[in-house]
Write a protein that binds this ligand. Structure first.
Ligand code: HEC
Length: 136
């Protein structure tokens, strides 16, 4: 009996490990990016704009303004793990809140999608005032 209790504990410990590993970044798949696109429209576009240019409907009223992903510098880094971290913490003193109500996988989807949006927006050429771009 004791042994089986112990092995149950061992199994539980193993499950904890497996679970902890599941928190590692999911793969950047087309499905995940699509999930990010849908979530971005729902949760982010009102401020950042559909294409991430910082021109969402509520942007006008905000100070500081939402980041223009095409030309803006990312204070906390523009790599997906860094964006993921920003989504977990938010940016204190700004309208950019933490999005911890979203599951981890969805925040990863958003992180990948934002990095893709950024790449696309930058490839399309600098927007107005884009000369001041500082690389992250
Ligand atoms: C209510 C408006 C609002 C919403 C909604 C919003 N943001 Fe932001 N976001 C901001 C503002 C404002 C800033 C700029 C803050 C600053 O300048 O410090 C910002 C900055 C950022 C940055 C730049 C971080 C950095 O390192 O500089 C990222 C990335 C970002 N937002 C992603 C998102 C994502 C993804 C979502 C949706 C899940 C989202 N935001 C939703 C207002 C918003």
């Amino acid at each position: 009996m004791r042994l089986s209790t112990r092995s149950a504990a061992a199994v539980a410990a193993l499950l904890v490990c497996v679970h902890a590993r599941a928190a590692a970044p999911p793969k950047r798949t087309p499905e995940l990016l699509e999930k990010g696109r849908v979530s971005f429209k729902l949760n982010c576009a009102s401020c950042h704009g559909e294409t991430g240019k910082g021109d969402g409907v509520s942007a006008q009223a905000l100070d500081p303004k939402p980041r223009n992903f095409a030309v803006g510098r990312f204070k906390y880094g523009a790599k997906p793990p860094q964006i993921f971290a920003t989504l977990g913490k938010g940016i204190p003193g700004t309208a950019m809140i933490a999005f911890t109500q979203l599951p981890d996988e969805e925040r990863w989807a958003l992180a990948y999608y934002v990095s893709e949006l950024r790449g696309r927006a930058r490839a399309a050429g600098p927007a107005k005032g884009g000369a001041a771009e500082a690389r992250p």
